[in-house]
Write a new protein. Structure first.
Length: 474
């Protein structure tokens, strides 16, 4: 295999504190034997397709432009929201040059004459974003959702003919994960030998959404994902000729408990056609104005169900509207970003050991949810092993999803210009310079009875959010 070749294995929705030897022994052993990045964080909003875009571009959403899982993108679709779960919407945006504003790993590898492969049990939109130019680049993408969501479709059909039908999706989704491992180890590497591959496990995310972070079913899904990963490790250790040199394991975000549903659309009826409701909600005014922004912020600041409030265009800390944070303070602030973004209230300290929040749509009460900045949502798994990574090293320097792509390119000996993330030198056997220095900061914003706090690490002007919370007097 090519020197520096790497396989990324992603456990969607896995909180770091749930990656224990009891729940996931193969993963825990891997993390202990290689380099474990103990202070790894997600991005805001901590939603899957936003996270994937940050993974493959090495940038936060303010630079790459996927500002939410679902948002109003009037230049691409009219009369409804732009839904990143749907490949049709993503392809329409890409055709218009309005999808990702930064080059992806797939594009960078192709420009260097290298290949990338994807094997995914995630949603079709998530899979496409892992290498959105795969068809034009001649790269292989296999989706568990079938040939129509794969690239090229004929190659996916041949895989299914060889290995049999893809198992039905389920929660837990272990049968699909096992099938994906077979595709990766028996087709992708022997036949394609990519410089970089992504293996995406949909669990524990999909099971946790349905049953809850601490549910027995979710623990079962973690065990199934861990066994699938164990199969990958057995193959990796036994097949030196047809395997990547390195494996990097990660999660894109965590989850907390949705404790009570709030109908955001019903609470804000005057925003029909401008509001995208959810645990993280966004408002895209038809005719933006500071007066409308200020009026909405005033309304939200009086609402005990509201959490953190963001507006773009401020000073990098405080938003354009007093009492809000600037979206750029959390890596947002793109031209496609909403005029007002707000989360629903989440507990800073909760009787629920998973943490909890109000939610709107998408899950049932007690199910897992993510998108905000509670530590249970932002704290992720990140660890690497192989000749590029140090052995038995635990590093506590802060890092986040945008740091992964430049690190992978560095391992492959390729440039990473234009990325916001940094090379994670502290975990490599051949460091790229001296590890950076970090400071900490606490940002506060208050409007009326509504107080908000963000705790962050800062390196060379780049802020990584550790966690945030809000409180409402009265």
């Amino acid at each position: 295999m090519r020197p520096g070749s790497t396989l990324i294995v992603t456990f969607d929705g896995l909180r770091r504190d749930r990656a224990t030897p009891e729940l996931m022994p193969n993963l825990a052993c891997f993390m202990a034997e290689g380099t474990d990045f103990t202070l790894s964080r997600s991005v805001f909003p901590s939603e899957t397709r936003v996270c994937i875009s940050s993974l493959v571009t090495g940038c936060p959403p303010g630079a790459h432009g996927i500002v939410a899982n679902e948002f109003i993108h009037r230049a691409v679709v009219q009369g409804r929201t732009f839904n990143t779960a749907q490949q049709e919407d993503l392809r329409a945006a890409d055709a218009a040059g309005l999808l990702l504003d930064r080059a992806s790993l797939g594009e960078r590898l192709a420009a260097a004459g290298e290949t990338m492969a994807v094997v995914s049990t995630g949603m079709p939109g998530a899979t496409l974003l892992m290498n959105h130019k795969a068809a034009a680049l001649g790269h292989f993408v296999f989706s568990a959702y079938g040939p129509a969501a794969s690239v090229p479709s004929a190659a996916a059909e041949a895989v299914i003919q060889r290995f049999g039908p893809v198992p039905q999706g389920a929660t837990p989704n272990t049968a699909r994960l096992d099938y994906a491992v077979q595709v990766l180890t028996e087709h992708v590497y022997p036949m394609l030998r990519p410089a970089l591959a992504i293996m995406w496990f949909s669990d524990p995310d999909s099971t946790s959404h349905r049953f809850g972070v601490l549910a027995a079913e979710t623990a079962e899904s973690q065990a199934g994902a861990d066994r699938a990963f164990g199969s990958v490790l057995d193959w990796w250790r036994a097949s030196p000729e047809n395997r990547p040199e390195n494996i990097l394991v990660m999660s894109d975000h965590g989850q907390i408990t949705g404790r009570e549903e709030v109908d955001v659309a019903a609470l804000l009826p005057d925003l029909a056609g401008e509001l995208v409701p959810g645990y993280v909600s966004s408002v895209h005014f038809h005719a933006p104005s500071p007066a409308r922004q200020a009026a909405l912020v005033e309304l939200l600041s009086q609402a005990p169900w509201c959490g953190l409030i963001f507006t773009p265009g401020g000073d990098g800390r405080t938003g354009a509207i007093p009492g809000t944070f600037d979206l750029s303070a959390v890596g947002g602030g793109h031209a496609r970003a909403a005029d007002v973004v707000f989360t629903l209230a989440a507990d800073r300290d909760s009787d629920d050991p998973a943490g909890s929040c109000l939610f709107s749509r998408s899950i049932k009460q007690g199910g897992g949810i993510h998108g905000g900045v509670q530590r249970g949502e932002l704290s992720t798994v990140l660890a690497g092993a192989g000749p590029a990574f140090a052995r038995t090293r635990r590093t506590s320097l802060p890092c986040w999803l945008p740091d992964i792509a430049p690190t992978l390119l560095h391992i492959l000996g390729l440039p990473a210009g234009g990325m916001v993330g940094r090379v994670l030198s502290e975990g490599l056997t051949a460091p790229a310079g001296k590890p950076p220095a970090f400071t900490t900061r606490t940002l506060e914003a208050q409007a009326g009875p509504h107080r908000q706090t963000l705790h962050q690490w800062v390196r060379d002007g780049v802020a990584i959010t550790d966690h945030g919370w809000s409180s409402h007097a009265g």
